[in-house]
Design a protein. Structure first.
Lengths: 406, 300
């Protein structure tokens, strides 16, 4: 992946205001005239003063909660919406992979739709003819290409649409939540295609809820909250900020609940990490032992509860997770303060940062309290490898002829 | 064919930063015409989609696009020509009616179809940036197709009945068709944009078109209007309708039996003025469209 200093998309002070009309028909409007004029209108700012420069060749993930304005921003970049104030500029050809098959007509055959859709996405008829076989190949539905698409299964529909979209030759590709389509082999194919796009120096801007996808694909994350950019930088950090946001929202909710039902709630008070000497630590060598100590408090007796931990990468991939029930450990009634220690004898992980998420749950699995990414630690391993588990294979070579003889 | 990442980035860096979407003002209008021209292939495909999808799965297919005008012709011919005696005052009544209907249906197809075109293609408008004018324009395309079929029938009929169009009055038809196209497109652009914000427009248009058909001399002759309305404001108002002028223009060309019939004075000049005004309306309509377009995606 190579990036450069040249912006292909420049968003300056862009804001977008939506006005929600509650009335639609002439009659309702006529009645509305006699009433307070402002009552039928409700406006809100979907985006506020957004500044963004996207360099050629980079892959940027727009992330945020539902309603944070990420799709609106993508639509501004794609020219589908106009900003209320500010400017949006771009270089080169933009193609949007927004909701696949938007241009499909159910009564036309697959073949006709390929030409129509390709044309909508900006391919000329000649170019489409040239790529037609590739597209059909990619979609894997040769047999049905001359069938009307209304008879297609939804999977076939999406396959064909995606096949067309990825054969367009854009400088900037906008992707909105569409990569999770089709069965697994097809998804793999799509991801490969996106990687190929990256290696070809194309710019990709994607909106995704999948932290893993953003982590895997992007070299930059932009986090939006209530229409503002609250973070812009490395995806690892961005996802952390995003998760912190979720966590804050959850805490707020809990606090509101806590006010309603005070002090009966058991809590997870602390999450601490200790090394083999029993002192607190945040850095470990691969193979070290580590104690994950969870401190719980309960003002009232709590029976049938369980404690759980999980170790995650910064991209939210779970490395390991367990709880006292899975481990078949019986916990005594929780009253006052009590600590549960998970002793991990060997931390066989590759070099990198890891997070510990801990939870207090009822025995049936409903959450009482949890702390997401409550503790962070770094592992240093002297082996060089990718992934998370430090398996340290012994590598030897054998002559396969000998084996077959034996 | 395959170029390296560096080359691609270098290539894109040589391109200028362009404003995304529609730029405001007159330069924006010129740019949008350029945009539409660049997407003319798409326009062709959209027209074909409209035509193919319309009669797909019907056994008779395109034949149905002939049935409607022919049925209307039959109804008017029998009801008005025979029963009401229109035939007696108007020679070659069938040709006369069909001439008017051909002109009228071009106009009403453009306006009625165009009005619903943006809403009807809402799925696309919301998802992908295209010059949105292609949707009303594709309606014009399919209306022209139907028009061509009807015109073909009309010409064949005049030849068969041995009343072919005269060379001296041939130029009226293309002139009138141009007025219908420009005027219809101006209305279609404006109404399609308004319809996004107020869906009632589409129903209103249907009703108005139904009435408007009788405001032009399609099933009755201009001579009758000329007698019924005294010279003055009302008659001028009647003749101010561009569609009326176009219907008269078509009759001038194709209704050879009525060569001696009464026509308003200076029909050519009137048509040229109508064309000029329609062009101005088209520019205004396009401005309205461009102004409203920015909010299409959020209103649909």
């Amino acid at each position: 992946m190579s990036t450069s200093e040249i912006s292909v998309v420049r968003v300056q002070d862009a804001s977008k205001r939506f006005i929600i009309h509650k009335e639609k028909s002439l009659k309702e409007r006529a009645i509305g005239l006699f009433k307070d004029r402002e009552r039928g209108k409700d406006d809100f700012w979907a985006l506020r003063d957004v500044n963004l420069d996207i360099e050629a060749g980079s892959t940027v993930g727009l992330v945020g909660h539902n309603g944070s304005g990420k799709s609106t921003l993508l639509k501004l970049i794609g020219g589908i919406l106009q900003p209320t104030t500010g400017t949006v500029e771009h270089r080169g050809r933009v193609a949007a992979l927004l909701e696949l098959g938007a241009g499909f007509h159910p009564d036309l055959t697959g073949r006709e739709n390929v030409f129509l859709n390709a044309s909508i996405l900006g391919l000329s008829q000649k170019q489409t003819e040239k790529h037609f076989d590739e597209m059909v190949d990619f979609s894997g539905i040769e047999r049905f290409i001359d069938t009307q698409v209304k008879f297609y299964s939804s999977g076939m529909y999406v396959r064909l649409a995606f096949a067309v979209a990825v054969h367009v030759d854009p400088e900037i590709l906008l992707v909105d939540e569409v990569l999770a389509v089709g069965d697994e082999p097809f998804q793999r194919k799509c991801m490969d295609r996106i990687h190929e796009f990256q290696s070809e120096g194309r710019t990709i801007i994607l909106v995704s809820h999948s932290a893993q996808q953003v982590g895997e694909l992007c070299d930059r994350a932009v986090v939006l909250d209530s229409g503002r950019v609250i973070f812009d930088g490395l995806p690892e950090r961005g996802l952390q900020v995003l998760r912190q946001g979720y966590e804050d929202a959850r805490q707020e909710e809990l606090e509101i609940k806590a006010v309603a039902a005070p002090s009966t709630q058991a809590t997870l008070a602390k999450v601490e990490l200790f090394d083999r000497t029993g002192s607190r630590a945040a850095e470990f060598d691969a193979g070290d032992s580590v104690d994950v100590a969870l401190t719980f408090r309960s003002p009232t007796p709590l029976t049938r509860w369980r404690a759980g931990i999980s170790i995650e990468t910064p991209l939210a991939q779970v490395v390991y997770g367990t709880n006292t029930e899975l481990a078949a450990v019986d916990l005594p009634t929780l009253m006052g303060e009590r600590q549960v220690v998970f002793r991990i004898p060997r931390l066989d992980l590759v070099t990198g940062q890891y997070y510990v998420t801990a939870a207090l749950e009822h025995a049936d699995g409903t959450a009482i309290d949890w702390k997401s990414q409550a503790a962070m630690f770094t592992v240093h391993s002297d082996t060089r490898a990718v992934g998370t588990a430090d398996l340290r294979p012994l590598i030897e070579t054998r002559s396969t002829q000998d084996r077959s003889l034996a | 064919m395959t170029i390296s990442a560096q080359e691609r980035i270098a290539a894109v860096s040589r391109e200028p930063l362009k404003a995304t979407g529609r730029t405001r003002g007159w330069s924006g209008a010129l740019k949008s015409i350029q945009d539409i021209w660049d997407r003319r292939e798409l326009l062709g495909l959209l027209v074909r989609r409209e035509l193919r999808a319309r009669y797909k799965d019907s056994a008779l297919g395109f034949f149905w696009s002939l049935v409607r005008p022919l049925t209307m012709l039959l109804v008017y011919y029998v009801a008005i020509g025979k029963f009401l005696g229109g035939e007696r005052a108007i020679p070659s009544f069938a040709i006369f009616v069909f001439t008017g209907l051909t002109a009228w249906s071009l106009f009403s197809d453009i306006v009625a179809g165009g009005t619903g075109s943006i809403v009807g293609n809402g799925g696309l408008v919301k998802k992908i940036y295209l010059p949105r004018e292609v949707f009303p324009l594709s309606v014009v395309g399919s209306a022209l197709f139907n028009f061509a079929i009807q015109l073909g029938i009309l010409i064949v009929a005049t030849v068969v009945l041995q009343e072919p169009p005269q060379l001296s009055t041939l130029y009226y038809a293309p002139l009138a068709a141009a007025v219908l196209l420009v005027f219809g497109l101006a209305l279609a652009l404006t109404l399609s944009a308004l319809n996004v914000f107020l869906r009632d427009v589409q129903y209103l248009v249907e009703v108005v078109l139904m009435v408007a058909m009788w405001a032009s001399p399609i099933v009755y002759s201009w001579a009758l209007v000329d007698q019924a309305i005294p010279d003055g404001f009302l008659k001028d108002l009647y003749l101010a309708n561009p569609v009326t002028l176009c219907v008269l223009g078509f009759q001038r060309t194709f209704w050879a039996a009525g060569a001696g019939a009464a026509y308003p004075d200076h029909l050519t000049i009137r048509l040229l003025i109508a064309l000029g005004i329609s062009l101005v309306l088209l520019v205004i309509g396009h401005r309205v469209f461009a102004r409203l377009e920015g909010n299409f995606a959020q209103e649909l």
